[in-house]
Write a protein that binds this ligand. Structure first.
Ligand code: ME8
Length: 514
């Protein structure tokens, strides 16, 4: 398999201090859709997710729960696996930073940095936020109403003084700027890229990369008083996942550098500045893209534990259905922007776009075949201009969706699909096949064939987004498992005249207020 045909996508690894929430579900969903799409498009895909289990934040949560950190992380990490199952995520691997393979990789990258003289021992005296697991300069902080200093994220900070190893980040500025320049799509969306470029242009300070005041982390090689800074440990998961430190490992060879690291906007700096800097300094290749998505609010309010408005993805699935939630999250907000979750917006998309537009299109087309043609796929006659227009519009969706997903524009891809769904509904209304049964049965057969063919194409393309419903639609047009990928998309004759189709059933239920 050539490298052009591989695709490596990662989610952030999630802190195990807390139960999974909508933010986690969102990030991994975006990756899942891309991974599914690329597999259908013939790529050899590796999709990695997992949990970030070290650091002071997790240690504190374990202490609060009254259990030792390892037992605590074992328990909470499982919640993220359960979420993956509930959301039907298709990750190929699930990494935990407490695994031996990861300790080995983290210690190896450390040694490489030491060998290259990129790390030196000194002392850190400054501000640290446990919630963000980040060091802050005095000038980045503000004061809250009680006069307490807070980080830009609003998190509390504490003064820390301890011996620490430092990474020579200050020497990476030119290399990073050159890298951003040569790879204009390394950071998307563009506005985020500009923020990062201006941050790096402002000059970089060396970064503290070890801690001595607690023990829950990967030990620094050859200095047991120190553990590695949790972000250096955590970021390394992306190469642990492909077999590092064995750079001859088949997965490393095939998949590294990663095609996309998907992250939330709050952790962009770690991924777009520190991570490529660590890799370049270690003599390893940086990833190809970091995409920073926006944040969700709940009915207009910032989501926070203290407000008690955290959205539980499992609850959402139970209330609205999995495909509905998957569709909503990627359709509602231009990917990259912040978005608001509201019941009314959710119901509108679910009932309007899934049930009325897409669901009805399939249901009315296939029921007419069922009722008027005894469920037999008809032999189409000559095509009119309207037939050709609709079929062509469906055909051009594949390149459109592909191009948009290559820049993570899920909302644009879905809008393009729905334009064709609406055109197909307008086509039925205009052709009125129910009238043709008596007037012109041959023409009715052609119209119903065009519709079934359009439904087949739409269902193939929407599999990554709404896998369950699209799968059922493909069952209803009798497309076998081997013909559901994109190489069969434009192939004529997959829908064989003479095939008997099963009785269609609606695949997108409406939400009815109880
Ligand atoms: O940051 N809306 O872990 P995490 C959308 N362990 N996304 C949200 C969100 C919201 N309201 N709240 C959080 C970490 N997120 C590190 C990553 S990677 C080497 C280490 C997103 O559990 C957030 O932006 O805090 C981040 O991408 C993820 O959910 C949570 O990460």
């Amino acid at each position: 398999m050539s490298k052009d045909n591989t695709y490596y996508i990662t989610t952030p690894i999630y802190y195990v201090n807390d139960a999974p929430h909508i933010g986690h579900a969102y990030t991994t969903l975006a990756c899942d859709v891309l991974a599914r799409f690329k597999r259908l498009d013939g790529f050899d895909v590796k999709f990695l997710t997992g949990t970030d289990e070290h650091g002071q934040k997790v240690e504190k949560s374990a202490i609060n729960a009254g259990v030792d950190p390892q037992a605590f992380t074992d328990k909470v990490s499982q919640n993220f696996r359960d979420l993956a199952e509930a959301m039907r995520f298709t990750n190929d691997d699930f990494i935990r930073t407490t695994e031996p393979r990861h300790k080995k990789a983290s210690q190896d990258i450390w040694r490489r940095l030491v060998e290259r003289d990129e790390i030196y021992l000194d002392k850190y005296a400054g501000w640290y936020s446990v919630r963000d697991e980040a060091f802050y300069g005095e000038d980045e902080l503000s004061k809250d109403a009680d006069g307490k200093r807070t980080a830009p994220s609003g998190a509390e900070v504490e003064w820390v003084e301890e011996p620490s190893y430092f990474f020579k980040l200050s020497e990476c500025q030119d290399r990073l700027l050159e890298f951003y320049d040569q790879n204009p799509n390394f950071i998307l969306p563009k506005t985020r890229r500009n923020e990062v470029v201006s941050f790096v242009s402002g000059g970089l300070l060396d970064l503290s990369v070890s801690r001595t005041s607690f023990k829950w982390g990967v030990p620094v090689p050859d200095d047991e008083d120190h553990i590695m800074y949790v972000w250096l440990d955590a970021l390394t998961n992306y190469i642990t996942g492909v077999g590092y430190p064995d750079t001859d490992h088949a997965d490393y060879q095939k998949y590294w550098p990663a095609d996309v690291h998907m992250v939330g906007k709050d952790i962009l700096r770690f991924h777009a500045v520190y991570w490529p800097a660590f890799l370049m300094a270690a003599g390893l290749e940086p990833p190809k893209r970091v995409f920073a998505h926006g944040w969700w609010t709940n009915e207009g309010e910032k989501i926070s534990k203290s407000l008690g408005n955290v959205i539980d993805p499992l609850q959402l699935i139970e209330t609205y259905g999995l495909d509905q939630v998957r569709y909503f999250l990627l359709r509602e907000v231009p990917f990259g922007n912040d978005g608001d979750f509201s019941q009314s917006a959710m119901v509108q998309r679910m009932n309007g776009e899934l049930a009325n537009d897409f669901g009805n299109l399939a249901q009315r087309s296939l029921s007419m075949i069922n009722k008027n043609l005894d469920g037999v796929v008809p032999e189409p006659g000559d095509h009119t201009a309207e037939d050709t227009d609709l079929l062509k519009a469906a055909d051009t969706l594949l390149p459109t969706v592909r191009d948009n997903l290559d820049v993570q524009a899920f909302h644009v891809a879905l809008e393009a699909v729905w334009t064709v769904i609406r055109a197909a509904n307008a086509y039925i209304d205009h052709q009125a096949p129910w009238k043709l049964k008596k007037e012109d049965p041959a023409r009715m057969a052609t119209v119903l064939y065009v519709l079934a063919e359009t439904v087949r194409k739409l269902a193939i393309l929407t599999q990554p987004f709404v896998p369950e419903a699209a799968g059922k639609m493909l069952d209803q047009v009798s497309v076998d498992a081997g013909s559901r990928n994109f190489s069969s998309f434009g192939e004529a004759g997959i829908l064989k005249p003479g095939t008997i189709l099963p009785k269609p059933e609606g695949v997108f239920p409406r939400y009815v207020e109880e």
